[in-house]
Design a protein around this ligand. Structure first.
Ligand SMILES: NC(=O)c1ccc[n+]([C@@H]2O[C@H](COP(=O)([O-])OP(=O)(O)OC[C@H]3O[C@@H](n4cnc5c(N)ncnc54)[C@H](OP(=O)(O)O)[C@@H]3O)[C@@H](O)[C@H]2O)c1
Length: 243
């Protein structure tokens, strides 16, 4: 009988959890513990880091895990690297449920940048009203561009004042709608969006809204993760599990 560790924290991981639960698969859903009240899952949940590659390898052995599904966010590269290494060390099969990156279509005004410093540089010197849709972590990358007005969208209210002098936060949890994001961008008079190329549907609405409004988007490329087996759908992961 398989016993699965599902590395989560995404809309895709929630869909994976539903499929595993419906199929009656013995599985544990793992959250990093970044948000105050994680979305409930139809599987037993554990919360918190494992303690690097060694900690994860020990966890896999202690919990008699037979399969690992990495359904973390494409920018959670450290977790994905650790999973590849821990699975290689323990000989446990692993697959990543990985979304296709977003690709521009007609009407998109995207500038691709390799990383956060690239996004800061692409904003330029003149003050702009920026929708900084990168979550709570890594905001300090924008510390040396304090001239811009930043709109942040965070899952939890900030517990301390934002370090950026001209920043405000809206508190909301995805998935988001095009109507909602159109209203937000217009109400906030946003001039440019900074986003990670996450892919998937949960965070796509802002890009569709930007297209409709003719707004430019600075899109941060995904970080590199080691080569691993990848599935593009929940069904493909279930087939792998049953194969
Ligand atoms: N990065 C994003 O933009 C983003 C966006 C939406 C959701 N998320 C979700 O938020 C979580 C954290 O993302 P991150 O970018 O901070 O990750 P990260 O930088 O790759 O991971 C840093 C450390 O956090 C722990 N960790 C990460 N994901 C975990 C999980 N699912 N279960 C248990 N421990 C986990 C691990 O700690 P140890 O080394 O101690 O094991 C990992 O080494 C992920 O689960 C991801 O799916 C991230």
């Amino acid at each position: 009988m398989p016993r699965v560790l599902l590395l989560g924290g995404t809309t895709e991981a929630a869909a994976m959890a539903r499929a595993l639960a419906e199929a009656g698969v013995d599985a544990i859903y793992s959250y990093a513990g970044r948000t105050e009240s994680p979305v409930p899952q139809p599987l037993p949940v554990r919360v918190g880091g494992f303690g690097g590659v060694e900690g994860l390898a020990a966890h896999l052995t202690d919990e008699s895990i037979t399969h690992v599904i990495d359904a973390t966010h494409p920018f959670a590269a450290q977790m994905s690297r650790n999973a590849v290494e821990a699975c290689a060390a323990t000989g446990i099969p692993m697959i990543a449920l990985e979304r296709e990156p977003w690709a521009a279509v007609k009407g998109d005004r995207w500038t691709h940048v390799p990383d956060l410093p690239g996004a800061v540089a692409a904003l330029g010197e003149a003050p702009r009203r920026v929708f900084l849709a990168i979550g709570r972590q890594n905001l300090n990358a924008f510390d040396n561009a304090p001239q811009h007005h930043y709109l942040l969208r965070l899952v939890d209210p900030p517990t301390e004042p934002l370090a950026l002098p001209r920043a405000e936060a809206v508190i909301a949890r995805g998935p988001f709608t095009v109507e909602g994001d159109l209203a937000l961008l217009q109400a906030q008079r946003i001039e440019v969006i900074v986003a990670k190329n996450a892919g998937g549907v949960g965070a796509e609405a802002k890009l569709v809204a930007a297209r409709e409004l003719g707004l430019p988007v600075i899109l941060i490329d995904r970080p590199l993760v080691p080569k691993r087996q990848v599935a593009r759908s929940v069904e493909a992961v279930m087939a792998w599990l049953n194969g």
